[in-house]
Design a protein around this ligand. Structure first.
Ligand code: GLV
Length: 345
């Protein structure tokens, strides 16, 4: 507590209008610039606050919360939360939340932007125009791949996958999907999507979009073996997480013509990008911006703020944070928890 108000640390500049909703109840410490904090710096920031709003760049695990005795919630500015060690947070009685749902439509739009851009060579053509090469355009230059009527495959059919599938109707594309569980029949009908096994999805998709979370089980879900099963004319789109694709294997497949093109918003080890991908014209690359519209990033901030307010019994969801990832943590927080009284050294 600073004075008599709890402290919220906001790890990156966000939207003032949303952060302002915290001010009646909290002292707000908002970073003025984008900083990639080293683990020790993150630990120092967390040690002094009661709530934290963090971004995907912030990896919060046991080491980072070891001295954070007052911390009660980590609200993630993202739907994916592989940057949080939820098990460690739960054990320490610290709630975690994400920003599910508010970004579904923007991410689905961007998946299509990458899909169409990769199919029609938009990045490559723009580079060429900017380089002053237009005088040399041939009738048969810049031939791309038609999208209409081709098969769209979706790996990971949560709400973002479903939003991507619904857009396929406008392009007359049959949709196949693979997911841990089958969607309800009504949703399948609405998305006009058919469940198939992973091998069928890889074999039959002309466009394959990845929308699954990164977990130990999904790391390199698309590696050399999977790429080898895809059509050489296929286009791969990743708007999920770096690490789901083996980027080195993907670069080799693109370079050797075993895959036509890729549209990638996420990378293994980002913000680093595999140098082989950077060298390829048939890879359309963007810096993890699929949810980046003004409305959606504002809405994501609002959701994080709602969750912090709710945990401290304020706001529209007072007492029950709407995007809680670990309700068990609330029980731990109410009980005395030794590591919160005696920090580990
Ligand atoms: C973005 O990648 C997110 O998880 O929100």
């Amino acid at each position: 507590m600073a004075g008599n108000k709890p402290v919220v640390w906001v790890s990156r500049p966000t939207f003032d209008s949303e952060i302002a909703r915290l001010l009646p109840h909290f002292e707000v410490r908002e970073e003025a610039a984008e900083v990639k904090f080293a683990s020790a710096d993150l630990a120092a920031k967390l040690a002094g606050c009661d709530a934290a709003i963090v971004g995907l760049k912030d990896r919060v695990g046991a080491a980072e919360i070891a001295g954070a005795q007052r911390l009660r919630i980590v609200a993630n500015l993202g739907v994916g939360y592989d940057n949080l060690d939820v098990t460690a947070l739960t054990a320490a009685g610290i709630a975690a939340s994400n920003t599910a749902d508010v970004l579904n439509e923007s991410v689905a739009d961007f998946a299509w932007a990458l899909l169409l851009g990769a199919a029609r060579r938009v990045g490559e053509a723009e580079r060429w125009l900017r380089a002053g090469q237009w005088h040399a355009t041939g009738f048969k230059a810049w031939l791309g791949i038609d999208v209409r009527g081709r098969t769209l495959g979706i790996l990971g059919m949560g709400r973002i996958g479903q939003a991507i599938a619904r857009r396929a109707q406008g392009f007359g594309m049959p949709v196949l999907y693979h997911n841990r569980s089958r969607l309800p029949e009504t949703t399948e009908r609405e998305c006009r999507a058919r469940l198939v096994d992973k091998a069928t999805l890889l074999r039959e998709s002309d466009f394959l979009v990845l929308v699954l979370p990164l977990t130990p089980q999904t790391r390199h879900a698309i590696g050399a073996a999977e790429l080898a099963q895809m059509k050489p004319t296929a286009v791969l789109v990743n708007v999920a997480r770096g690490g789901i694709v083996d980027d080195a294997a993907l670069a080799a497949a693109l370079r050797e013509g075993r895959l036509a093109a890729a549209g990638l918003d996420v990378f293994e080890g980002e913000p680093k990008v595999h140098p082989d991908l950077l060298a390829l014209d048939n890879a359309l690359l963007s810096p993890h911006i699929a949810s980046a519209t003004t409305e959606t990033r504002r809405a994501m901030t609002a959701v994080a703020v709602d969750n912090v307010l709710a945990l401290f019994s304020h706001g529209p969801h007072a007492g029950s944070p709407p995007n809680l990832l670990n309700s068990e943590a609330l029980v731990v927080a109410r009980a005395p928890f030794p590591t919160r009284e005696e920090p580990t050294r």
